[in-house]
Design a protein around this ligand. Structure first.
Ligand code: NAP
Length: 462
């Protein structure tokens, strides 16, 4: 009894830490602190749970703790920042696997071991838990495989795919509802689990690798809901609170990402975006004008304001340190340097913020899309570093473009635009970018890191 109060108090404290942790994550300045608070909350919750009188084996828990900590530490230390999306996918898979296993064992314990009737409430919670949990396990593992390029990253589609997926889901849902009324049908329970595992794979197959961050935010949400359901099934308050926070924050994040891409969630899930598309780009006029590093360095060195616009290419080139060095040498010459951050630049939320923070670019130099666009007319040079879709003026000017309506960083309104890219490669959406053919745009070809290093040297000599 005495311990029960202690456990509930620990859960309350953990929940408060989770809420403040989440709040901290909403701003880059407080994010690190928020992360520490959430981790401390998890520690408090785990320690509290260890006082539970129903614990069967402390030895197994300690072994699990050691193995889990070793895997977690190894993943955090050795997985590079660029592999962060697939690392997150693996974490979701593990979390959801834990929820599904708890659900399956709880069902087994009641139905087979104890031979006790399962109440409708408990069956509803268990059903949600294994449905969401199992589909998240296989869905996240497939997302991992696609992002890690262990399999084809482009959408895998076939005729009748959406009909098959929806039918499978309906079948699993019908079994679930049946089980609420008759939980004794254990074969049906396991068929439902199997269908959910299969559904996770089929749901993610038609989604392209670049859309995976949205899928993962959604999977994060499912894993959270599965944990909340686990909390209801086994009567654990901290699981209900943490699962609900996780579930809804994941859902809100996926909606925000879709909004920033001007796409609907159904388009992401069922639209097979990333398949070859019909290019309805504005008829391209003009030619791409190649420029030399020396010419660009001259422009930069004598500019009043320069805005760097990083994109996915900066991440692949790992050019964040090189851009900071160039930025600093320009600032030493009195140039005002700003960094424009598009909400979906790169391949995961906050991708550019994380990389630039790693290179010690101060937060105060980062400007969001709404802040920087009004300044474009007063900007002498915009340097686009491996960004493409997020600066494509067709999104603003051409209603038939596949990315029409997506907010962009309006670099074309600045006096001069320099684009750093390797060649004529297209962006994530696979369409042409009229920006590259405009009169005020110069193309500096090459790997972004190499080009930035050349620019830094040339600026020093100018
Ligand atoms: P992008 O449209 O994918 O374009 C990246 C460009 O970088 C390519 O045109 C490529 O051209 C160039 N590049 C690649 N490697 C390079 C290197 N080593 N050095 C120099 N350039 C290099 O990227 P973005 O403008 O950042 O746009 C992001 C896209 O991803 C958007 O369409 C967004 O909707 C989508 N998306 C983002 C998220 C997210 O959370 N951030 C999630 C899902 C989808 P070359 O091949 O010619 O070099």
């Amino acid at each position: 009894m005495k311990f029960n109060y202690f456990i509930e108090l620990a859960y309350l404290l953990a929940s408060i830490l989770f809420i403040f942790g989440l709040k901290g994550l909403s701003n880059p300045k407080t994010a690190r602190n928020g992360m520490n608070m959430a981790a401390a909350g998890m520690l408090v919750a785990v320690v509290g749970t260890l006082f539970n009188a129903e614990i069967v084996s402390y030895e197994l828990i300690i072994i699990g703790l050691i193995v889990g900590s070793l895997i977690g530490a190894a993943m955090s230390i050795w997985m590079p920042m660029t592999a962060m999306p697939q690392r997150t996918a693996l974490s979701h898979a593990f979390g959801a696997l834990a929820a599904s296993l708890v659900g399956i064992s709880e069902y087994y314990r009641y139905a087979v071991d104890l031979q006790e009737p399962i109440s409708s409430f408990k069956m509803t919670a268990l059903g949600f838990e294994v449905l969401f949990g199992s589909l998240t396990v296989t869905g996240s593992l497939l997302a991992f495989a696609k992002l890690q390029e262990m399999m084809r990253g482009t959408p895998i589609t076939y005729k009748g795919q959406n009909v098959l997926n929806v039918s499978l889901f309906i079948l699993a849902a019908v079994i679930f509802i049946y089980l609420i009324f008759d939980p004794t049908q254990s074969t049906l329970f396991y068929v439902m689990v199997g269908l959910s595992f299969l559904f996770g794979i089929l749901l993610v197959l038609p989604i392209g690798a670049a859309d995976m961050p949205v899928v993962m935010a959604l999977m994060n949400s499912y894993a959270g809901l599965a944990s909340a359901a686990t909390g209801f099934a086994i009567g654990n308050n901290v699981l209900i609170i943490a699962g609900t926070l996780d579930g809804f924050s994941g859902f809100i994040l996926s909606i925000l990402m879709c909004k920033a891409m001007n796409r609907s969630i159904t388009n992401v899930l069922f639209g097979a975006f990333g398949s070859p598309v019909e290019d309805t780009s504005t008829a391209v006029q003009g030619v791409m004008r190649e420029v030399s590093a020396e010419d660009v360095a001259m422009q930069l060195a004598y500019a009043r304001q320069v805005v760097f616009v990083p994109g996915y290419g900066m991440a692949t080139a790992q050019a964040q340190h090189a851009v900071r060095e160039l930025g600093e040498s320009l600032e030493h010459r009195g140039v005002i340097v700003k960094y424009a951050i598009h909400p979906v630049a790169g391949r995961m939320p906050g991708h550019m913020n994380v990389l630039l923070a790693e290179a010690n670019v101060p937060y105060s130099a980062l400007y969001e899309l709404e802040q920087i666009n009004p300044e474009m007319g007063a900007t002498d040079v915009c340097v686009v570093i491996g960004a493409n879709d997020v600066v494509n003026p067709d999104a603003r000017d051409n209603p038939t473009s596949p990315i029409a309506g997506m907010p962009i960083i309006e670099v074309d309104k600045s006096h001069s635009v320099i684009v750093l890219k390797r060649g004529k490669g297209k962006g994530f959406s696979g369409i042409e970018n009229p920006l590259f053919f405009k009169q005020n745009t110069g193309m500096l070809y090459g790997d972004a890191k190499a080009s930035l290093t050349k620019l830094s040297q040339a600026v020093l000599q100018s």
